[in-house]
Design a protein around this ligand. Sequence first.
Ligand SMILES: *Cc1c(COP(=O)(O)O)cnc(C)c1O
Length: 365
Amino acid sequence: MGFDAQRLALPGVRGLQAYQPGKPVSELQRELGLEQVIKLASNENPLGCSAQVPQALQSCLAALAIYPDGAGFELREALAHHHGVAMEQVTLGNGSNDLLEIIAHTFLAHEHAAVVAQYAFAIYGLVVRAIGAELMVVPARDHGHDLAGMAAAITAQTRIVFIANPNNPTGSCLSQMQLRDFMRSLPEHVVVVLDEAYLEYADEGGVDPVTWLAEFPALIICRTFSKAYGLAALRVGYALSSPAIADLLNRVRQPFNVSSLGLVAARAALADQDFVARSRQVNAAGKLQLQRGLQDLGLSVLPSQGNFLCVDLGRPAQAVYNALLARGVIVRPLAGYDLPQHLRISIGLATDNETCLRALAEVLV
Ligand SMILES: *Cc1c(COP(=O)(O)O)cnc(C)c1O
């Protein structure tokens, strides 16, 4: 018997399926020889990012040989100031996905369990199972989190509960009142990860870190610069927590997990809240346009508090996804989420939304 990598891998890793990202524009252009391609598949900001960002990045270009500030001092200081928390409560990540992994490695071993909701963001399950810890998946309620069910799934082995609010890919959102009641009901041996990647688009916004972290020492709030701030390429996210949790995360974190470009760009982006407000407005208008267009096609759309819509085609979605690709429109199939009849469509600029709706109308006849 020769070398067998599969046999050597951890059992948890052997059973994993790699995360399926949205298809890159360049890949579809290469495959089909198409020039015009629109991508509404990765919940990226169609406005790009703040004009302050490219300007700020100029200052980095002369120092590419130098390691980044491993403590991310200036960005953490700016985030602490922005949220009214102490710098010691801010942990930076190479995107918030990095933080999800750091948190899992900080609190989970193979004898532990984590609780997630059915249809919740796929990365939670990946990081938990890679460690070999048990993943408890609680059936969804209205395609969202069933908090009572999740509380009931907690055992002595549970160390983490992951909550995406709003949730990707379904767009569901819990009210702060529901979340607060849930937090108050929890035993003291579990940490709650509240992933607020889309808070800027949600009607209620995110939780107030100052009051929530004061009341709930086991809470970790994760946020990202990838969505409303439009910096997905640069990979910057952050966690807000108690200083004690941040201290632990900092031990597990790679020392230079955020690049110099990411640090500088995020600080410039944070300072331009007008851009975030504009992104929210453009998203709200695009959401109405797409919702109406999809409903006019006779499709049912889940209510969404994010920058994407989850639409039920009432038939297998893969063929529709492929037919849209052939027309140069990239959206996201959700078979990997056990939603084989749904597509997730990111909300774009009006022209791209229109192109997508027109392609969908052709495909669905
Ligand atoms: C996009 C997304 C993130 C952010 O990922 P980054 O690593 O920060 O780019 C986190 N959580 C959810 C639910 C998301 O959809």
